[in-house]
Design a protein around this ligand. Structure first.
Ligand code: NAP
Length: 258
């Protein structure tokens, strides 16, 4: 697609690229197309070489390790960014985790540990990232995260992750209120179901994809590139009046009743 430079002069950190199917990968692609300086973070040594390869393809300026549940790693990330980049404009949080057994058995069976783990990785991490990184967003900016309809509706097998997304969407609103006076906007993109590594952890995920294709107003699933373009909107000056919001990029599925 033709570049229009909507993000020229902006530095964007994208957390959550694990592979080519990651939603964060599509967002990173769209950001580069629009001229952003791109920084990627990944979790741990296991992914290092893989993400470095993808980062090189994407033309990323820097690829850094950061497990978002580890405050020391967040602080180390901030130290590197502070030393190397004059300011940060955009932060993308595209991270979630829950135990596989909590995405298949009845929600009633969720363990305390499984509940807290999913909250720590999938919702609190947005707060931790915002607190660590906003001091670098000296010229205002845009923070965004990825959520799903299971936050507000019961979606079979989404279970503990739905509760984590509900908390995440509430975090978006409270962070938007705290950071608005600094002209930092905070929003969530609620993507329709997309076949990724994380989605494979959800039992019967292909049924969800089929249901959306049949019933969504656009009669298809969403394309991760559409999420990327919405992220460009939120990160750019075009989105300057939007904060505390959850924007659905789901082929319209969420408006449907039966
Ligand atoms: P993905 O490719 O598996 O991305 C999830 C990312 O989270 C991975 O890069 C994963 O790294 C990372 N992560 C997990 N724990 C982490 C930690 N402690 N520190 C740093 N990174 C960590 O799957 P995805 O579908 O693109 O998911 C991205 C976001 O979109 C998630 O928030 C997901 O809930 C949301 N979302 C997905 C869909 C969908 O249908 N796919 C729909 C709506 C919203 P590892 O691989 O190392 O664990």
């Amino acid at each position: 697609m033709h570049m229009s430079g909507l993000l020229a002069g902006k530095t964007a950190l994208v957390a959550g690229v694990a592979n080519r199917w990651s939603i964060a990968y599509s967002i990173a692609q769209a950001f580069r197309r629009e001229g952003a300086t791109l920084l990627l973070t990944y979790q741990g040594e296991r992914l290092k070489s893989q993400v470095e390869e993808l980062g090189a393809e994407l033309g990323a300026a820097r690829i850094l390790n950061c497990d978002v549940t580890n405050d020391a790693e967040l602080a180390a990330l901030v130290a590197v960014l502070e030393a190397e980049f004059p300011k940060l404009d955009i932060v993308v949080h595209s991270i979630a985790f829950a135990n596989k057994e909590d995405l298949s058995r009845p929600f009633l069976e969720t363990s305390r540990d499984g509940f807290l783990l999913s909250q720590n990785v999938s919702s609190y991490s947005l707060v931790a990232m915002a607190r660590a990184l906003t001091p670098l967003m000296t010229d205002g900016g845009s923070i965004m995260t990825l959520t799903y309809l299971g936050a507000t509706r019961v979606v079979e097998n989404y279970n503990v992750m739905g509760v984590a997304k509900a908390a995440l969407e509430a975090c978006v609103r409270y962070l938007a209120a705290d950071l608005g006076p600094r002209n930092i906007r905070v929003n969530a993109i609620s993507a329709g179901p997309i076949k990724t590594a994380s989605a494979r952890g959800i039992k019967d995920f292909s049924k969800v994809l089929d249901g959306v294709a049949q019933h969504a107003p656009l009669r298809r699933n969403c394309d991760p590139a559409e999420v990327g373009d919405t992220a460009v909107f939120l990160g750019s000056n075009l989105g300057r009046g939007v904060t505390g919001n959850t924007i659905f990029v789901d082929a319209g599925f969420q408006i449907m009743g039966l």
